[in-house]
Design a protein around this ligand. Structure first.
Ligand SMILES: [Zn+2]
Ligand SMILES: [Zn+2]
Length: 396
């Protein structure tokens, strides 16, 4: 491994990461976290722009006379989960937890900013993008883009890292779709309610949603080529609030994950067709709401190759998987990648076995109540960001 020398001691960034872990804040409420980020950047001489998309912060660091530019992004928010870890840096807030490691992403990007602000060994502009509200479909990245992120802070390309359950310190990425689009759907079936003992006097919407839920299980292979990956999950179903009441309406809902807009279009059309047909067969009427929460994360081939080269320089070729299979989870950095070329990648947080004394009982994987970001990878991720900026903005 060839880490940046000044990251031989990252105690201050481990302490900072743990402090953020202790004070998790949900999307668009990251006031304390965002204030810490702004204070640190200012202290190191980085120009600070706060209040973008609410609690977002952009740090701008210029050096030399070059006109080239790069964007490096971290996310700030936590999840509404009850932490089960009992170590000293556990969450101080009931029902809120850094269970996705955004505390670590923020610490790694701050460490990179600290180093670059001192060394200034690049020619051009580095934009450190700290975005709010990545979780739960709140789309903080989209909000930043809509508020003119890339017009105010021009970036030729934009890069981000997320910790993932692969061995510690490894990198994983691919040059195309890496994460799925996330879409939520809900079909409400309207019938006519009645007493459950006299079904012939009403029109039963519950029977229709049960049928629909069954038929949807086999929709994907009928509309998506078998060479592609896509997923439809039926996860919610709701009828009457009482056992002896046939309600006026019932609903069924879930999520759809795809790797292309075309696949999303086909599945949405398929749900609509089945919903209309099955509801009609039951004498009911269906109403579909289909929400496209996040597009797929699609890396740009040239920037992904550039990123993989930097990773190989930092951790060695044997620790970089540049043909990692796409995962079905979603990430709102997709919006930034639609606005600018760039690359999203995973950094190994350990394959679930990472443990500190008084860790919770569950596996150390993201969105688990026993998760914790692995501090060992702070110097690795920070070195990646530093080398990425140095190499992108190399003096010519
Ligand atoms: Zn998450
Ligand atoms: Zn996350």
């Amino acid at each position: 491994m060839k880490l940046v020398d000044s990251f031989a001691d990252v105690a201050r960034f481990v302490a900072l990461r743990r402090d953020i872990h202790m004070h998790p804040e949900l999307g668009f409420e990251e006031h304390r976290t965002s204030q810490i980020v702004a204070e640190k950047l200012r202290e190191w001489g980085v120009e600070v722009h706060a209040g973008i998309a609410g609690t977002g912060v952009v740090g701008v660091l210029r050096n030399g006379t070059g006109h080239r530019s790069i964007g490096l992004r971290a996310d700030l928010d936590a999840l509404p989960l009850q932490e089960e870890n009992r170590f000293a840096h556990r969450s101080r807030h009931d029902g809120r937890m850094h269970a996705c490691g955004h505390d670590g992403h923020t610490a790694m990007l701050l460490a990179a900013a600290w180093h670059l602000a001192q060394s200034r060994d690049f020619d051009g502009t580095v934009n450190f993008i700290f975005q709010p509200a990545e979780e739960m479909g709140k789309a903080g990245a989209l909000k930043m883009v809509q508020e003119g992120l890339f017009e105010r802070f021009p970036c030729e390309a934009v890069f981000a890292l997320h910790n993932f359950a692969v061995p510690t310190g490894r990198f994983a990425l691919n040059p195309g779709p890496l994460m799925a689009s996330s879409n939520t759907w809900k079909v409400t079936v309207h019938g006519r309610g009645t007493h459950a003992s006299q079904p012939h006097t009403g029109v039963d919407p519950v029977a229709a949603v049960i049928d629909l839920g069954q038929q949807l299980q086999t929709l994907v292979p009928k509309v998506i080529p078998s060479t592609e990956r896509a997923l439809l999950a039926v996860t919610q179903i709701q009828g009457s609030g009482a056992p002896n009441v046939i309600p006026d309406e019932a609903w069924v809902g879930g999520t759809v994950r795809t790797f292309s807009v075309e696949a999303t279009d086909s599945i949405e059309a398929g749900i609509r067709r089945l919903a209309d047909g099955i509801a009609a067969a039951h004498g009911c009427r269906a109403e579909l709401s289909f929400r496209r929460a996040s597009p797929p994360v699609v890396n740009h081939a040239k920037e992904a190759a550039f990123a993989a080269d930097v990773m190989r320089e930092v951790v060695g070729a044997e620790r970089v998987d540049d043909a990692f299979p796409a995962v079905m989870a979603a990430e709102d950095f997709a919006h930034m990648l639609r606005a600018r070329p760039g690359c999203y990648a995973f950094i190994g947080n350990g394959d679930g076995g990472h443990r500190l004394p008084e860790h919770g009982p569950g596996p150390c994987i993201i969105h688990n109540t026993s998760f914790d970001f692995n501090d060992e990878i702070i110097p690795i991720g920070a070195s990646y960001f530093v080398r990425l900026a140095q190499k992108w903005l190399a003096r010519t």
